[in-house]
Design a protein around this ligand. Sequence first.
Ligand SMILES: [Zn+2]
Length: 92
Amino acid sequence: MNYIHVDMLRLQAQTLQALEERQGFVPCEGLENVTSCEAPAEYLMPDATRPGGGGSDIEIRPAWFCRKHLSTLLGRDPGVQPVIRRIEGPEE
Ligand SMILES: [Zn+2]
């Protein structure tokens, strides 16, 4: 079960807005063994494991991912989230 505190949601929304205003999109953070990914992020994982400061430490924090890299992490396509689908309206 995933959950996110409203303060974290607020912080990430501010980050999203600031980066989009500055560079047009939020970049994917890539996988732990991939140094960079130029694709725009489509998903925020609230409890991603990422390399910490100093190299070897692992930290758990929110991270932005493109669809391809989140698919790799999940082992499946992330798909369309039900609430988003409802906001955008059914395609059929
Ligand atoms: Zn990526």
